[in-house]
Design a protein around this ligand. Structure first.
Ligand SMILES: NC(=O)c1ccc[n+]([C@@H]2O[C@H](COP(=O)([O-])OP(=O)(O)OC[C@H]3O[C@@H](n4cnc5c(N)ncnc54)[C@H](OP(=O)(O)O)[C@@H]3O)[C@@H](O)[C@H]2O)c1
Length: 301
């Protein structure tokens, strides 16, 4: 039986990883997090920013693999919390990489489309130059670099527009639709909505292999935030109208601290080159997710 240690087990991805591996009797999950809101049972509290805590737990547990689902993900708040962001998003993965290497464990680390400047005109591969514009993006990139520096057996998966159990765009839109008949959503930012269920499947496909390295890992296809919102309302059978505005127009009314990438469509190029794993199309993944929330879909338009 293999032991997999999970950090941030109560976050969106941590919960999905638990759902996926929970059904397997050949894997023992060891769940860690800084707090226990009660979604996933925490086996041990672990603050990944502490090199001592991480080293002590990993050297005692000696897991076969570590899946790092922990992160500081509040993109706007990050602009005012630089040190905390570097601690969680950069030093955390560094501590895990050192500890994983010491016990010969594989390390799965999750990164983001925010490592790119967001001005591309074509889907971005793992070989495209990075250039983060926000504190969150800079600290996540530093995390990637530490993982490459300190671990050999690593998988870094860059994902985007993630939704699962927890606070995310889908739930925010559904919440807003309860209050308003019309909402305003930006139309000039493009990406690939990705379900945590699909991302967990990609992790489970890569982990048993020695296909190490950096992977883009998003659902297939792409959209803009306003069309994403329309699709959510269509599936939910909501009549809420979506008014499209540019980022500039939106920011004039709701200033955001962190700049968003205008274009962050990731091409899962390395997955395509090196594995048989294929992400679901984002519409299908969204339909499954909303089906589980109790919204059954009418046929696609
Ligand atoms: N959400 C997105 O749209 C998105 C997009 C691209 C990439 N990603 C990446 O995908 C990964 C998973 O994201 P997610 O949405 O599942 O994140 P999430 O829901 O915000 O969960 C993060 C988890 O990490 C925990 N955590 C925070 N600080 C910690 C620390 N010092 N030590 C240990 N645990 C700590 C959090 O606990 P508390 O809640 O108690 O703080 C929470 O349980 C992250 O690496 C993120 O950067 C996310």
């Amino acid at each position: 039986m293999k032991t997999i240690m999970v950090t941030g087990c109560n976050g969106q991805l941590g919960i999905a990883v638990n759902k996926l591996y929970g059904a397997r009797d050949d894997i023992r999950l060891f769940n860690t997090d800084v707090s226990d809101p009660g979604f996933t049972k925490v086996d041990s509290f672990l603050d990944i920013t502490s090199v001592e805590e991480v080293s002590k737990l990993v050297s005692t547990l000696r897991p076969d693999a570590i899946i790092n689902c922990a992160a500081y993900t509040a993109v706007d708040a990050a602009e005012e919390h630089l040190d905390l962001n570097y601690k969680i998003n950069a030093l955390g993965p560094r501590n895990l990489a050192i500890a994983a290497e010491n016990v010969g464990a594989k390390l799965v680390h999750i990164s983001t489309d925010y490592v790119f400047p967001g001005e591309s005109e074509h889907p971005l591969t793992e070989f495209d130059p990075v250039g983060p514009r926000s504190v969150y993006g800079r600290t996540k990139l530093a995390g990637e670099e530490f993982v490459r520096q300190f671990a050999h057996r690593f998988f870094i998966l860059r994902t985007a527009w993630l939704y699962g159990e927890g606070k995310n765009f889908v739930r925010t839109m559904l919440g807003l639709s309860e209050k308003y008949e019309e909402i305003t959503v930006v139309c000039d930012q493009f990406g690939s909505p990705t379900s945590t269920t699909e991302l967990a499947k990609a992790i489970a496909a890569l982990l048993p292999t020695e296909n190490y390295g950096l992977f883009h890992a998003t659902c297939e296809g792409s959209t803009s935030w306003d069309d994403f919102a329309r699709e959510i309302f269509r599936i939910a059978g909501k009549k809420t109208r979506v008014t499209s505005v540019t980022t500039e127009e939106y920011n004039a009314a709701h200033p955001a601290a962190a700049p968003r990438p205008h274009y962050s469509i990731l091409d899962n190029y390395m997955l395509r080159l090196t594995s048989d794993f294929c992400f679901a199309d984002w519409h299908d993944a969204l339909t499954d997710y909303m089906d589980q929330m109790g919204y059954s879909c009418s046929t696609k338009e």
